[in-house]
Ligand binder design. Structure first.
Ligand code: WQD
Length: 340
């Protein structure tokens, strides 16, 4: 069995990917410093799989501690790098925290994979925020779309890390890389044993919806209904986290079987959904009442964007097509489990 290293393995996306990789027959070594997750996530992963994954508590910015993972697991052939801070607003207030953590940990990973990995295949967890606000005639977004000025330090760390990776692929002949640009990941594992664990008041739409439905928040604010969209609310491409996780398995499969040196893929459904459409889908799917009101626009929000995922569809043999109602129901079940 081939071994895959997951940094940020107990985070929202990392935990779902750990499950899918093991289900696909890979050995996993997960690392995390629990800066935005808890050891209990390992229990959830273990319950789903019926066995625990190998895990080490490591801060990836600490090169010496990180190297110990390679001492213990000399058979690592691929790595998926999730370990990063991801709060856009916080990144604006504390940019250095973001550059230090997100870039330094990534540089350590690349160096260790190139020098210590049995193979040096890296999948990088990037984001659609690298594109900025596309013009209407540039929708849906294709991978060749040029980057715009980063809208936040968080977005800049993603742009910069992609550039670092490209330079390293050019410099180190044994290094292969795949960049995955996520649109808006939502939902939870169907078992309701792992899911998203927002810190404090959620910024993201779906955790705010489920917490409002659960009575933790009083009312959802829909940020703006005067955008240039059919119902006036912003449009995003919401992708089910389990579909997203499966794309990582396909990316690793492809790298290990074909050794492609550099690939970039958009991971989205290819369909845009407005905030109001998503709210209505949630009510339809769960039958739960949801208090919401129209509020002011949120500063910094992009009006509308969605992916052209056809490159990933064709080259990875993957698509994200779980119905939105099923996805929202999974988020609601996860929320209900947290409450109990
Ligand atoms: C979606 C839509 C809001 C909350 C962010 C990051 C991005 C990424 C995913 C990071 C917007 C509206 C939201 C609420 C609302 N990755 N909304 N009421 O802003 O598209 O992307 O998350 O980890 O980097 O920028 O996602 O879920 O915050 O918002 O009306 O209470 O929901 O205005 O239109 P966003 P989001």
């Amino acid at each position: 069995m081939k071994r895959v290293l997951l940094t940020g393995a107990t985070g929202y996306i990392g935990s779902h990917v750990a499950v899918e990789l093991v289900n696909a027959g890979y050995d996993v070594i997960g690392v995390d410093n629990f800066s935005n997750s808890t050891p209990a996530v390992l229990g959830g992963i273990g319950k789903i799989l019926g066995k625990n994954i190998d895990f080490m508590e490591v801060d990836c910015t600490d090169a010496n501690a990180f190297a110990k993972v390679f001492d213990r697991y000399p058979d690592i052939e691929a790595a998926i790098h999730f370990a990063a801070y991801k709060a856009v607003g916080e990144s604006v207030a504390q940019p250095l925290k973001y550059f230090r953590n997100n870039l330094h940990s990534f540089e350590n990973l690349v160096e260790l994979m190139v020098t210590r990995g049995k193979g040096a295949n890296i999948v990088f967890s990037s984001s659609a925020t690298v594109y900025g606000q596309p013009a209407l005639d540039e929708l849906p977004i294709v991978e060749q779309q040029p980057f715009q000025e980063a809208s936040s330090p968080y977005a800049r760390t993603k742009q910069m890390a992609e550039g670092i990776l490209k330079d390293c692929v050019n410099a180190y002949p044994n290094l292969n890389a795949t960049v995955l640009r996520y649109f808006n990941p939502i939902g939870a594992h169907p078992s309701a044993l792992i899911g998203e664990l927002p810190n404090g008041v959620p910024n993201n739409l779906v955790p705010f919806i489920t917490q409002t439905a659960a009575g933790i928040r009083e009312c959802l604010s829909v940020f703006g209904n005067d955008y240039n969209t059919p119902d006036g609310s912003c449009i995003r491409d919401y992708i089910y986290v389990v579909d997203l996780a499966k794309a990582h398995v396909k990316a690793v499969d492809k790298m290990l079987s074909e050794g492609a040196r550099w690939n970039v893929y958009n991971l989205g459904t290819g369909k845009g959904l407005s905030v109001l459409e998503l709210v209505n889908a949630f009510i339809r799917a769960t039958g739960v009442e949801l208090k919401f009101r129209i509020a002011e626009r949120r500063p910094g929000d992009v009006e509308q964007y969605w992916a052209d995922p056809s490159k990933a569809n064709c080259e990875l043999g993957w698509s994200a097509d779980t119905p939105i109602e099923e996805v929202l129901l999974s988020a609601w079940r996860w929320q209900q489990g947290l409450k109990g």
